[in-house]
Every structure is written in C-alpha cells, then in structure tokens.
Design a protein. Structure first.
Length: 200
C-alpha cells in the first residue's frame, strides 16, 4: 500500500490497524483501486471503495472485480457517507476525497461513519511543495487532474497545513495521532502529507 508519490516511501497498511482481517474499511476516492485491492487480497479486510469518476471504477472493476471482500462503487464521497448505514473500523484516502472535498462537512461525515476509536488515514499533496502553499481558511485552490483516458477534470483542492488539519479534525471529534511528511529520496522538499487520526 502506497501513501505518497514515490513507491516504497512511507508506511504501509499498518497505520490503519494492527490486523485488518475481517475489518470494515472504506476508501474515499479509490481511483483505479490498487490500494483497496491490496487490503482485500493481502490483509483480508472487507473493503468498500468509492470514486466519483465512473471511468476509474470501471477500470478498478476490470482489474480487481473478482477479489473477495472488495466492493467498488461509483459515488460521490459525501453522498455515500450520508446514505450508508455501515459503521467502519477504518477510513482512508490517498490523494482522494480528503483534500478534494470541503474538509468541514467531509470530516464530520467520516466521524459519523467511524466506530469509536476508529482510524482515519489520509495523504494529500504537501502544502509546502515548490510552487505551492497552504490555501488556509475555507477557500480551495482550483486545478485539474488527469484521468486514465488522458482527459482532464477540474477539481477544487483544500491544501491545509499540518496544524490546520489538526484543528479541522478536532472540530470533527477526531484527534490527529501522527502527521508525516513523505517525499522522494534525495529531494529537499516533501511531496505529500500523511495524517493519521483517531475518532474520540
């Protein structure tokens, strides 16, 4: 399982819990589904993975649709969180919905679907990477992401500092237990921020 932009850098699935076998895990913004597939096949977790882009989910189903314990859904993250009745042991996002959806309502919705003391893990682009900086406050930065077919999709991205993420989590009744900077070996600037939080 990869959290950053460079393979093999940073922790793996252990940040979501010591043993994930049989645990209910939710991925928000699964893209092509490789992390969700890893958790279901290697760790025997019961994984639900959602992504807003139908094309991403179709690609994930083509590659991993036969893996037991893996459910892949085309859905808006907020809509899914508001309508599911499932309580999850862990929720995670790797350059997914966390950071691409207003953190105030999203983190509150995640907390409602996490069991007490459940884990939220997410990685986002590092706000201090060259040419960037924290957006701060409620206003996102606008840009685009490239999809597997080569097309681009407009996105809004909330790029908060570590301290701002801690405050946002606290407002949602969660507590940041670890914040790590991830980057490429030999490069001066980190490219990703990994945040691990626990629901109170």
């Amino acid at each position: 399982m990869e959290w950053g932009t460079c393979p093999g850098v940073g922790p793996g699935a252990e940040v979501l819990g010591r043993s994930l076998r049989g645990r209910r895990v939710l991925e928000l913004g699964c893209g092509q589904g490789q992390n969700a597939a890893h958790l279901a096949s290697r760790h025997r977790a019961q994984v639900t993975a959602v992504d807003l882009v139908d094309l991403q989910i179709q690609g994930a189903r083509d590659r991993y649709g036969e893996i037991p314990g893996l459910t892949l859904l085309a859905s808006d993250a907020m809509r899914f969180l508001q309508h599911t009745a499932v309580v999850f042991d862990s929720v995670y996002s790797v350059f997914g919905a966390v950071g691409l959806v207003d953190p105030r309502p999203l983190l509150a919705a995640v907390a409602r679907r996490l069991r007490p003391h459940g884990i939220l893990g997410f990685s986002v682009p590092h706000p201090g990477r060259p040419g960037s900086g924290p957006t701060g406050g409620p206003q996102p930065r606008h840009g685009t992401i490239r999809l597997p077919d080569g097309s681009r999709r407009p996105v809004a991205r909330w790029e908060l500092s570590a301290a701002e993420w801690r405050r946002a989590l606290a407002r949602a009744d969660m507590r940041a237990i670890a914040v790590r900077e991830l980057g490429h070996s030999g490069r001066a600037h980190p490219t990703a921020l990994l945040v691990i939080a626990r629901r109170n």
